[in-house]
Design a protein around this ligand. Structure first.
Ligand code: SF4
Length: 605
């Protein structure tokens, strides 16, 4: 007789020492086992962890990959972001829908397969793509969709969908993914040959303050996009009162068009973990957390193996490399499909076993981070750069790039170009050089820094990639002259609406109002005052939102309004009716017509 779900749930809680701050891991384990978290299992978890049941339910309902209702044994999550739509998402979706006989959001009657859409799974360089449970399938076509359905109906095993393995560590026994790295340009810093252990040996030969000084001398700035000086962040954390201290690595890239961390984690995990360990030494931390986005769960076993090897080799654990008193270890915290967890305070909330709600800053994580203790949160690429700085010296590193932006930048480039993929370039490269490098012609616009960044027009293609001109976390998306930028802006806004945590009104409501008004423009029902409305409300949402999501979510509209205003103006309607220009009579009476069951003679005359 199989064990009752509540018994299994209790054992899972016990395996996590009934700790409330491991609620995320407990729910992940329960979900993996049963495919959902039922009411009775939530009760059991709440009882085992001595916490209100509503907090368990709150967490379960927050993350897109968790469900309270049973789903199919296999869940197909088809990526529906802008790049996937450009690459044939609609046709692939139709093929899945027809072959399975269900619509998006439904489960086949035999309980075998659930079909869903999901935003950005980090595969824009090989779109359309989908997750089948944790297995990634890429470069989908309608034929491949039908084959996937046939295969699942015959054996039900997602791992057997992978026929050909990808390059590099994608072919590793613990990964076995069809994902390709698409490293098009390996630069002199991040993708230079790894000299395992060297950076750590050199760091441990210095005092922690000297390590911080080296990172400052290298002029390293955070690679998440904001560009805060890394050495300064470390110094704040080191000097902050309170212990223990923590190092968190933000591997939750989730913005449509971003996929560089995927490749860094696949090919350079040692460099990432060495960077975390050096940060730990510098600030006096003994614990590190790698926050891995749920979409990259297929890398988890491989990364755990790398961590085990580092423990065996004395690069993690007690007395690292014989340095008495320096102890440091790393755990992996898996996410569950919430873009907002890429925001550092939301990420820490998630690591604490909570909903991924951002926190009000200040206090910043350097003062009050994970579990209220001083915490460094660094990006994957930043930590790779740290390792290289300590390996080669600050002077060698700062020799690359520009005065204000030292070093190199990893770009994930996708969209209308011949060679989408990963490029390591020196800061200071122009957009025009990038377009040439990736084989883009007939370009109408470049989205710099993902949807939260800015959409630039051809008159700006001589601008430079660097913190004092065009700063970016790394996502560059290219659109050619056949694309409808207003529809793209609307799709990006839809993404932010979906991903908003809902805490503050400007973000929760304002983005919906922005999207409605943008749709009005797209439908040809808008007038000049609607553009003013978009600008005014966009500025309000940016100013009044609590975290980076709301502070940047209007950017797709504001930057296209600024740089492509003629596209908006071309869609404004001509006023031939004599009615108030912003008043849509047909829309206003539609509800009344529905209730009365007859059409208005005035609205339709
Ligand atoms: Fe949540 Fe949006 Fe407010 Fe950020 S800005 S806290 S995502 S509602």
């Amino acid at each position: 007789m199989s064990e009752a779900p509540t018994t299994t749930a209790r054992k899972i809680c016990q395996a996590h020492e009934n700790k409330r701050d491991r609620l995320m891991d407990i729910v992940l384990a329960v979900h993996k086992k049963f495919g959902h978290v039922s009411d009775e299992v939530m009760d059991e978890i709440a009882s085992a962890l001595c916490m209100p049941r509503v907090e368990v339910q709150s967490l379960v309902s927050f993350y897109a990959f968790f469900s309270q209702e049973p789903k199919g044994k296999v869940v197909i999550r088809l990526c529906n972001d802008v790049i996937d739509e450009m690459a044939g998402y609609d046709e692939v979706k139709q093929a899945f829908v027809a072959a399975l006989g269900i619509d998006l959001g439904q489960t086949t009657p035999d309980g075998g397969v659930t079909l869903e859409a999901t935003p950005c799974i980090g595969m824009c360089d090989q779109a359309p793509a989908a997750m089948v449970n944790e297995v990634i399938v890429t470069n989908l076509t309608p034929d491949k969709a039908r084959e996937i359905v046939q295969a699942l109906q015959s054996h039900g095993d997602p791992s057997r969908l992978v026929k050909e393995l990808g390059d590099g560590n994608n072919a590793h026994d613990l990964v076995k993914a069809m994902v390709k790295n698409n490293i098009r340009k390996a630069g002199p810093v991040i993708f230079s040959p790894v000299n395992r252990g060297e950076a750590m040996r050199k760091s441990l030969g210095l005092s922690p303050k000297e390590v911080i000084r080296a990172v400052k001398t290298a002029r390293l700035r955070g690679r998440g996009g904001a560009g805060f000086p890394t050495g300064m962040k470390w110094e704040f954390t080191r000097d902050a009162g309170g212990s223990p201290k923590y190092i968190a690595c933000n591997a939750d890239e989730g913005e449509p068009g971003t996929f560089k961390d995927r490749v860094l984690l696949t090919e350079l995990p040692d460099r990432v973990f060495a960077g975390m360990t050096i940060a730990g030494y510098a600030v006096g931390a003994e614990h590190g957390i790698l926050y891995l986005r749920g979409e990259y769960a297929y890398l988890r076993d491989f990364l755990e193996e790398v961590l085990s090897e580092r423990r065996k080799d004395g690069l993690l654990g007690q007395g690292i490399l014989g340095k008495e008193g320096f102890n440091f270890d790393i755990r992996i915290q898996l996410g569950a499909g919430a873009y907002v967890c890429g925001e550092e305070t939301a990420l820490l909330s998630s690591c604490e076993g909570l909903r991924g709600d951002p926190k009000t800053r200040p206090p910043f994580p350097a003062q009050k981070g994970y579990l209220g203790k001083p915490t460094v949160v660094n990006n994957v690429e930043t930590l790779c750069a740290v390792t290289k700085i300590m390996e080669d010296g600050a002077g060698t590193y700062s020799h690359y790039g520009t005065e204000q932006s030292a070093g190199t930048k990893i770009l994930s480039i996708s969209g209308d170009c011949q060679k989408p993929g990963i490029y390591e370039v020196e800061f200071g490269i122009s957009m025009r050089e990038i377009l040439e490098m990736v084989g883009a012609t007939d370009t109408l616009a470049m989205q710099i820094g993902g949807p939260s960044g800015q959409m630039i027009d051809p008159s700006q293609f001589d601008r430079l990639l660097c913190f004092d001109d065009l700063a970016t976390g790394g996502a560059l998306v290219i659109f050619n002259k056949g694309r409808d930028l207003l529809k793209i802006a609307a799709a990006y806004l839809e993404f932010f609406i979906e991903e908003s945590c809902g805490y503050c009104t400007p973000c929760r409501v304002g983005n919906v109002l922005l999207k409605e008004r943008l749709d009005k423009v797209i439908d040809g029902n808008a007038d000049t005052p609607d553009l003013e409305y978009l600008e005014g409300l966009g500025a309000t949402v940016k100013t009044c939102s609590r975290c980076g999501l709301g502070q940047t979510s209007p950017n797709p509209i504001l930057s296209t309004l600024k740089n492509f205003r003629s596209l908006y103006e071309a869609r404004l309607r001509e006023d031939k009716t004599g009615l108030l220009p912003t008043f849509d009579l047909a829309k206003a009476v539609a509800e009344g017509e529905r209730i009365t069951g007859r059409l208005s003679v005035h609205a339709h005359s």
